[in-house]
Design a protein around this ligand. Structure first.
Ligand code: SF4
Length: 211
C-alpha cells in the first residue's frame, strides 16, 4: 500500500476503490488540510466554537462559493450554510440547475464568531491559509463571494456591494474570475433585493464559461 493510501486509511477514509493513480494531490491534501483545521487553535474563535466548519461539497467543482463565517446552526452541525440562509442558497443554486453537491461552499473563517458578529481582521488573517489552500486545491473556474466580508477578504476592497457586483474581478494574481453576490442572509432581511441575485446569475451565465 502506498504511503498516501496508508495515511488515508488512518483517517478512516475508504481507499479500497482507489488505485494509486487516482490518489491525486487534491484528495490527499484536502483531507490533510481539513484535519489540520479541525484541530486549529490559531485564533480566539477556537475557544468558543463547537465545531470547525471547514467547507462542504465537491472539491473538484468548477464553482467555489465563499461566505462570511459560520453561524449558530453551522457551528453545531459543522456544515456551511444551513438554516434559512442556507435554504435560500440551495434554492438559488437549483434555479441554475445546480445542487450543493455540484459546488464547493466554505467561509472566510472556519469557526463561528460569538453572537454572529463579523470576524475581525485578525481572525480572518489567522484563517487565511486554510482558504487560500482550498482555493489552490480546488482551482475553480469561478469564485462567487457572498457578501461584503468575503468580498473584502478576497478582493482586498472596501467598495460598497453595489459597485462590486455585476463585474468580473480576479482572485489575487490568478485569472480565476471572481464575482460578488449579495449574502443570502441579507436577501432574507431585504426581500426586495432578491431579484438582484437573479440578475447576478444571468451576468455569470452570460460572461463566464464554467463548462
Ligand atoms: S477561525 Fe480559522 S484560524 Fe481561527 S481557530 Fe478556527 S480554523 Fe483556526
Amino acid at each position: 500500500m502506498s504511503r498516501k493510501k496508508e495515511l488515508l486509511s488512518l483517517m478512516n477514509i475508504d481507499v479500497s476503490w482507489l488505485n494509486d493513480d487516482v490518489i491525486g494531490k487534491n484528495i490527499f491534501c484536502f483531507e490533510d488540510l481539513k484535519l489540520d483545521a479541525d484541530n486549529c487553535q490559531k485564533c480566539i474563535l477556537a475557544k468558543t466554537r463547537n465545531k470547525v466548519v471547514f467547507g462542504k461539497g465537491n472539491n473538484n467543482s468548477k464553482i467555489l462559493i465563499i461566505g462570511e463565517a459560520p453561524g449558530k446552526e453551522e457551528d453545531l452541525t459543522a456544515e456551511p450554510f444551513v438554516g434559512r440562509a442556507g435554504k435560500l442558497l440551495t434554492e438559488i443554486l437549483l434555479s441554475i440547475k445546480l445542487t450543493r453537491d455540484d459546488v464547493y461552499i466554505t467561509n472566510t473563517v472556519k469557526c463561528r464568531p460569538p453572537e454572529n458578529r463579523n470576524p475581525s481582521n485578525e481572525e480572518i488573517k489567522s484563517c487565511a491559509s486554510y482558504l487560500d489552500q482550498q482555493i489552490e486545491l480546488i482551482s475553480p473556474k469561478v469564485i462567487i463571494l457572498l457578501g461584503k466580508v468575503a468580498a473584502e477578504r478576497i478582493l482586498n476592497s472596501s467598495e460598497p456591494m453595489a459597485s462590486l457586483r455585476q463585474k468580473i474581478h480576479s482572485y489575487k494574481n490568478t485569472n480565476i474570475p471572481t464575482l460578488v453576490f449579495y449574502h443570502p442572509a441579507y436577501l432574507l432581511r431585504s426581500p426586495n433585493e432578491k431579484r438582484k441575485v437573479w440578475e447576478d446569475l444571468i451576468f455569470m451565465r452570460e460572461n463566464i464559461n464554467v463548462s
